[in-house]
Design a protein around this ligand. Structure first.
Ligand code: SF4
Ligand code: SF4
Length: 194
């Protein structure tokens, strides 16, 4: 799939309506933060380690491990076919899924956001603001994730995967101990599965 990203500035409105075609869940290539992983684990009521392999894997880029969604036959492991393609963790889906078809331009440029023209819902519906608040929350989590990960690897001397797992353990434990998961874990807790 070729991608044509449109740069959108704060103040511009765009027309986007999700058609639930599921296209963005095919070969999703969605990178995650520790916060995403803890929200999903909390939503499913499992320890995050239960997601490893089947739903989440780490790709090593040089010495930096990047957690990503696992796919099965080219489709996200969380997608099922019902009347329409359906995300089984919809209310706890990762930030990048939540933002799509918008993508981060740069954490250093919170006034810009990309819009992926490949999404069939672009150009449909009423003009609206892009999800600036969500983008800002994503950047906060992204910065916390990579700052800590780099510390563990480059200053703490941890092996990359060990550092990533330690980071996720810490984020999940912090969320539990602070007992403020409704804000820390975002959207997942209110709609936790029975
Ligand atoms: S590709 Fe666009 S329209 Fe299709 S499911 Fe994803 S966001 Fe919705
Ligand atoms: S987590 Fe949900 S929204 Fe994200 S790629 Fe997977 S099925 Fe799609």
């Amino acid at each position: 799939m070729s991608h044509e990203y449109i740069k959108v500035s704060r103040g511009e409105k765009v027309r986007v309506t999700c058609l639930r075609c599921g296209r963005c869940c095919h070969g999703p290539n969605v990178s995650l933060t520790a916060f995403d992983i803890c929200r999903v684990a909390n939503f499913l009521g499992v320890d995050w380690r239960g997601l490893r392999g089947r739903y989440v894997k780490a790709v090593i880029a040089d010495v930096v491990p990047i957690p990503v969604l696992q796919s099965v036959n080219g489709v996200c492991a969380f997608l099922v076919m019902r009347d329409k393609p359906t995300c089984t963790i919809y209310s706890a889906r990762p930030m990048r899924c939540r933002l799509y078809p918008f993508l981060s331009y740069s954490p250093a440029r919170p006034d810009l956001i990309y819009l992926d023209e490949c999404c069939g819902g672009v150009g449909i519906g009423e003009p609206e603001d892009p999800p600036w608040t969500l983008l800002s929350q994503y950047h906060v989590e992204l910065k916390l994730h990579y700052t800590k990960l780099y510390q563990l690897i480059f200053e703490g001397g941890y092996e990359p995967l060990q550092a990533l797992e330690g980071l996720i353990d810490e984020v999940c434990a912090q969320a539990r101990s602070e007992q403020r998961s409704s804000s820390f874990l975002g959207y997942a807790t209110a709609e936790r599965r029975k």
